[in-house]
Ligand binder design. Structure first.
Ligand code: BGC
Length: 738
């Protein structure tokens, strides 16, 4: 019987493979036949992407003539244009008015939800819940495709270790291992298993590469990273996204090794094509081709087109230079026609895989537009994701959860806000009515009669005239919940900050409220780590809710009232002061590590090297204890993995979830290695009083890294292994790789 099942399985497998092959043969034939019919101008047209100017533009230029180009078949894709009718009307021009009727791609930045806005990506990463992250991307993709979008410019997978950089909010934080897992989950969510699925778009992983290393955290700034750093830190999430099937990839604005990423052969050919065998297409960032002129790399636009096409760029976003100059460059022998044909081919293949040649209007579906957006399921998922992403940073004397029957003063500029709460880059999310404010969430949870309210101040102003009322309101309450933070647009593209304190007079307001002697809970809304050192020292509780999205207020109320026990853990380090940046847990040791007994350890005069809150940190309403760490052996070899177990106990009064984290340190390496590196995690639920043994398995492959010759190796020698609830507080063991 078993043999029959085996044979049947083999048969069905070979049938599937041969069906896939025949689909591929059919597709290749279709695309090659089409290419044979295309003029050079039409092929160049496929490599051109234009913004429609329908929605917010994301860069400095909009070419008003894009519709004229479209009619001439000179455009392969449009971005920033949404809506079933609108995309249908443009698609109609491409299909009915151009010679070959090749359908368009419709791209859009769907960063954390489309209309149902989820928490910012950085926040989502703090949930340590890959299923929820994948689901959030799936819902975003479903909503966007209902409005004509078939190409999503996400996920952003840039490792970011500088909180001044506004785009830190778009990624998954500072860690390579976690960033890679999140990258793959987001690709699965956006694309699903088959690009033909009408409810999924194709993804575009960005920004290739090392954009997160922009010097001094200033956006668009120069990047200077070594090759070992590039391979060990910045490339792995891209590799993970591409191996998870990302159909496209976007270049970065920055230069790398002196060559702008958009014309960087090492990135686009040697790595993407030769090493990773990527067969999708590469799109530039917004006018990043043209920007090679101010970079000081291209003489003029024509030169920028030549350099980028020759380096392996397939599509020019908004620059217009492929359209203007490729034909001339081919005639002059500076660009090969075969390279342009290849670029067009890669783009046509994706259009085919999306099913656009079967039905160019398949994503512009006015029926789905009505049924598939902002559904109850989507809103519930957004609420749940938000709760999971919150990080409880402090909770002295268990002031949280709020006890029922107490008078609560809600104070601060974020309490009634409906704009900041959905954060930056919130696609088509409603910015005025739909988002649930903290006030509304709390009214729903505890009833208006238990609440008092005063705004206190604005987010950024020097007006303190509201302080008096705020203090009076606080004095009448049993407990004060004050919500402060940043404007949504203080993070995101080109929104870097040199200081990370609360803007305006918000800190002054907190100080005044503190004088009332009432317990104070701060609900912090921001898209990055903030230097909240005073707040940490003086307030009773701090809940970081990031920018939590459409259902933010409801989710905040769930956590404040204890309906949901917080379980988020930081995926990014909080510094004490800006001067410590870049500060991240997986740094290298120096030759003179800090040692209090000598003057010559690596240190600052005025602040310790410690973070305010370390990577992996986050409290719960309950408490967890770690004990009995055991290693299955003192050694690990190629053929014998190492098992690590630890007993985790819920020692508090509430049921709760804990993210158990596993780190290693490679003590001596052929290149210096980080002091700690995350290698595994397990998110577990424990009832109050319950204990559980949590097991991890390490193989030698988990201990690989890129050496000085950029070989991906593991090396024999001693290792430390750490398990704990954050990157600093861990149990430690030792083993040897033989
Ligand atoms: C951003 C990209 C974005 C593109 C299109 C650029 O300015 O860097 O992340 O996808 O605009 O909107």
């Amino acid at each position: 019987m078993q043999k029959i099942i085996y044979i049947l399985t083999l048969l069905s497998l070979s049938f599937t493979i041969s069906a896939q092959n025949s689909d591929k043969i059919k597709m290749n034939k279709f695309v090659d036949d089409l290419l044979n019919k295309m003029t050079l101008e039409e092929k160049i047209g496929q490599t051109v992407l234009y913004t429609s100017g329908y929605d917010v533009i994301t860069g400095p230029t909009v070419d008003p003539n894009y519709k004229e180009y479209l009619k001439k078949g000179m455009v392969g894709g449009i971005f920033n244009g949404v809506g079933a009718d609108y995309t249908r009307s443009l698609q109609k021009i491409a299909v009915e008015e151009t010679r070959l009727g090749i359908p368009l791609l419709f791209g859009y930045d769907v960063i954390h939800g489309y209309k149902t806005i989820f928490p910012m990506p950085l926040a989502e990463s703090c949930s340590w819940d890959l299923d929820a992250i994948e689901n959030s991307a799936r819902i975003a993709s479903k909503e966007a495709t209902a409005e004509g979008i078939n190409w999503i410019f996400a996920p952003m997978v840039d490792i970011a270790r500088d909180a001044r950089w506004g785009r830190i909010v778009e990624g998954a934080g500072e860690d390579v291992y976690w960033g890679s897992l999140v990258a793959a989950a987001r690709i699965r969510g956006i694309q699903g298993k088959d690009l033909k699925d009408r409810e999924r778009a194709m993804a575009c992983v960005k920004h290739f590469a090392a954009y997160g290393a922009s010097m001094a955290g200033r956006d668009y700034n120069t990047v200077d990273v070594s090759l070992v750093e590039l391979w060990n830190t910045y490339l792995p999430p891209f590799k993970a996204a591409l191996y998870a099937g990302s159909a496209t990839i976007m270049t970065a604005f920055n230069d790398l090794n002196g060559i702008p990423a958009t014309a960087n052969k090492y990135l686009l050919k040697d790595i993407l094509i030769d090493k990773w065998k990527f067969d999708g297409f590469v799109v530039s960032d917004y006018t990043s081709v043209n920007e090679m002129i101010p970079h000081g790399y291209a003489r003029d636009e024509k030169h920028s087109a030549e350099l980028s096409m020759n380096a392996g760029l397939d599509m020019d976003m908004q620059g217009g230079v492929f359209m203007k100059y490729l034909k001339e460059l081919i005639a002059e022998g500076k660009v090969l026609e075969k390279d342009v044909t290849l670029a067009a081919r890669k783009i046509l293949i994706k259009k085919y895989e999306l099913g656009l040649f079967e039905d160019p209007y398949r994503y512009s579906d006015s029926k789905r537009e009505k049924t598939d957006i902002m559904t109850a399921e989507h809103k519930e998922a957004a609420r749940d994701m938000a709760r999971k992403s919150f990080v409880l940073l402090k909770n002295d004397n268990q002031v949280l959860p709020l006890t029922s029957g107490k008078k609560i003063a809600l104070i601060g500029p974020m309490i009634k806000d409906k704009r900041e709460i959905i954060g930056s880059w919130s696609a088509m999310g409603d910015r005025t009515n739909v988002p649930v404010s903290i006030y509304e969430g709390m009214v729903e949870a505890v009833g208006e009669h238990n609440l008092l309210y005063a705004k206190g101040c604005d987010i950024e102003s020097d007006d303190t005239s509201g302080f008096e009322e705020a203090v009076k309101t606080a004095s009448q309450a049993d407990i004060v919940v004050v919500s402060v933070g940043e404007f949504h647009n203080m993070t995101g593209e080109n929104n870097s900050r040199a200081g990370l304190d609360l803007p305006g007079v918000q800190l002054q307001l907190l100080k005044k409220l503190k004088e009332t002697g009432k317990p104070i809970v701060m609900v912090l809304m921001s898209g990055r780590p903030m230097t909240i050192t005073w707040e940490n020292a003086h307030l009773d509780a701090i809940l970081d809710v990031w920018f939590p999205g459409t259902m933010g207020g409801a989710a905040i109320a769930d956590v404040l009232t204890g309906k949901y026990n917080p379980s988020g853990k930081l995926t990014v380090t909080f510094p004490q002061v800006v001067g410590q940046i870049p500060l991240f847990y997986n740094h290298k040791s120096t030759g003179r590590p800090f040692d209090a007994s000598t003057n010559y350890g690596s240190r600052y005069w005025d602040v310790s090297n410690d973070p305010l809150y370390p990577f992996g940190y986050g409290l719960s309403y309950t408490t967890f204890e770690y004990a009995d760490m055991k290693l299955s052996s003192e050694t690990i070899t190629k053929n014998s993995p190492l098992k690590i177990s630890v007993k985790v106990s819920n020692t508090g009064k509430y049921d709760g979830e804990e993210v158990v984290q596993l780190y290693t340190r490679d003590v001596i390496g052929s290149i210096t290695r980080p002091v700690k590196e995350l290698k595994g995690y397990s998110k577990i639920f424990l009832k109050a009083g319950e204990s559980r043994i949590v097991d991890f398995t390490l193989t030698v492959d988990d201990l690989r890294f890129y050496n000085a010759d950029l070989e991906y190796v593991y090396e024999i020698g001693d290792f430390s292994v750490f398990v704990g609830g954050n990157s600093q507080k861990t149990l430690e063991g030792k083993f040897t790789l033989k």
